[in-house]
Design a protein around this ligand. Sequence first.
Ligand SMILES: *Cc1c(COP(=O)(O)O)cnc(C)c1O
Length: 223
Amino acid sequence: MASISENIIKINSELPSGVNLVAVSKYHPIEQLKEAYATGQRLFGESHAQELVVKAPQMPNDVKWHFIGHLQRNKVRQIMPIVSLIHSVDSIRLLDTIDKEAKRIGRIIDILLQLHVAQEEAKSGFTIEELLSLARNGEFCKYENVRFCGLMAMATFTDDQSIVTAEFASVGATFRTLREEKLFPLETFKEISMGMSDDWPIAVAEGATLVRIGTDIFGPRQY
Ligand SMILES: *Cc1c(COP(=O)(O)O)cnc(C)c1O
């Protein structure tokens, strides 16, 4: 089995320039994160607030922590001082809480809006229609402490690559529509977070700028 550092080097060599690797370290012990760090990895993705809060102080402070999992509103306060980007903003209520909490501690927080394009009901996010209509109604204009940096999505878990391709393509198309209609500030609305260990090459082909990879770097998770 290849080492963590070999895995990171290999993936980076296959990513086009302009696409950044988020090392998804959930359920992996801190020693493995340190090995990734030693290879030069600085972006780490975690999906549980409690785990993030425990791990963050154990890593050097030039690590950028991305929150990628479903975020409960009562956990926003805990993660707000730690995270540099929240990928998984999946409702207006969560957005309200994030904005309020950012205001409270005097920061502007970068976020991505999560689109629900997969077939599984359990995956969360705005539908494409919902997001377009909210944006066209100006619903996102009132947030003073949130910087809208782009979109995030997960594809259906399936071996059928045509389904995954179509879903990622629909995210890319929505991103372009939102930019063409100038519904978010063009200078910040630039990222598309999509692609995991099983499907990241398809995501990159469809315009991903951030890929979130765990298993292909660290091996199976240690639950
Ligand atoms: C766990 C997770 C990943 C990484 O998945 P792998 O298949 O291990 O690469 C990516 N995105 C999200 C939202 C996750 O929860």
